[in-house]
Design a protein. Structure first.
Length: 364
């Protein structure tokens, strides 16, 4: 049975988004600041790309003199992959990196270099997640899996242990993506003609996915194995560790913003798909910030600790979130809307794992 189209209630608090948008636009105009990447962001991008490609290149072409050095290089490359995922490709695929489409396409394509298809990411993230945040059955980020992310998902006995095994799943998630997820999404997205919205035919999308996989595995695994002085076992272990590191950090940097003990989860309010709130209000009440006073977290997580600002203004580069958060927070207060923010990253993690534990109980 086809799901009804979601319709947000534009009569509910219509002035909120108009006012907060005007204030944010005024901020950029009055401060003569571009909404896109500044010099600091561009410099950060160079550092992150070097962090990823230099260790991988050294594993292939350099003189790796010890097993410890080999594992160290894999670790650094894993951190570089995190930076690409949280910072460069994320801003670019939202159109926030630059006012020039070709720059966004190029920087957004860095996701392809780490084995995942950026067009699928755009569909999953921009079309489904940002439009239908935390709406069960529509938001791709909370699709039915062996994790019960919301009270709306059916309960299974094994969910009792999900707060313990989820970290393992987070670690192996990059493998799922580089092995099977792109093909699984292709099977679903092609039937919905979603690639046409991205300017691609289904055939071209499939070809691009295949090319990405064919290039990724030899360059990232086979060549390091061939070049290694210490046998394929250590190289395989380093390859897995590289992805484990990126997987757990990527997940813990993003999931607490939407799955926590103070989040709201929605299904359509009636059979016609009508929602109680407007889109903008919906974004505010289904997201949470954390560690707003930590420049280190903001730098490392690509500003995704300012999730409320990101969901309201996804086409604004994350380097501006700390400033516009003051505007958003003030406007939320004026409209009596909750502005949820955890003081520290640790508080956000406790909320996330606490909610997973609660949802693992049958009564939840």
């Amino acid at each position: 049975m086809e799901q009804p189209k979601v319709v947000f209630n534009q009569k509910q608090n219509p002035e909120f988004f108009k006012l907060v948008t005007k204030r944010v636009n005024d901020y950029f105009q009055e401060s003569k600041t571009s909404r896109h990447a500044n010099f600091a962001m561009k410099f950060k991008s160079v550092i992150i790309l070097l962090l990823y490609f230099i260790p991988l290149s050294y594993l292939i072409f350099g003189d790796v003199t010890s097993v410890g050095m080999q594992y160290g290089l894999w670790t650094i490359a894993g951190l570089g992959m995190v930076g690409i995922g949280l910072t460069i490709m994320h801003d670019a695929n939202h159109g926030a990196y630059s006012s020039k489409k070709w720059v966004n396409d190029m920087m957004g394509g860095t996701l392809n270099l780490v084995g995942a298809y950026n067009v699928n990411w755009k569909i999953q993230h921009n079309v489904f997640h940002h439009t239908y945040t935390n709406i069960v059955g529509y938001d791709e980020d909370i699709r039915k899996t062996i994790i019960r992310f919301t009270p709306k998902h059916p309960y299974k006995a094994f969910h009792k242990f999900q707060a313990f095994y989820i970290s393992i799943l987070y670690m192996i998630f990059p493998f799922v993506w580089i092995v099977s997820k792109d093909f699984d999404q292709y099977a679903r997205f092609s039937k919905q003609n979603l690639y046409e919205r991205m300017g691609r035919s289904n055939r071209k999308a499939l070809l691009e996915i295949i090319v990405i996989k064919v290039l990724y595995w030899p360059t990232t695994l086979m060549l390091p194995i061939y070049a290694s002085h210490f046998g394929y076992g250590h190289t395989l272990a380093g390859f897995f560790m590289h992805h484990f590191i990126s997987g757990i950090i990527l997940a813990l940097a993003t999931q607490p913003a939407h799955v926590g003990d103070d989040m709201q989860y929605f299904v359509s309010t009636d059979n016609d798909g009508n929602m109680e709130n407007s889109w903008a209000v919906h974004q505010v009440i289904t997201t949470a910030n954390f560690a707003e006073n930590s420049p280190f977290i903001t730098w490392c997580f690509g500003g995704l600790n300012y999730q409320i600002e990101h969901h309201l203004f996804p086409t604004v580069c994350h380097v501006h979130y700390p400033e516009i958060s003051k505007i958003v927070k003030q406007t939320c207060a004026e409209f009596d809307l909750p502005y949820k923010s955890h003081r520290t990253f640790f508080d956000a993690l406790m909320s996330h794992y606490g909610q997973l534990h609660k949802l693992g109980l049958k009564v939840a």
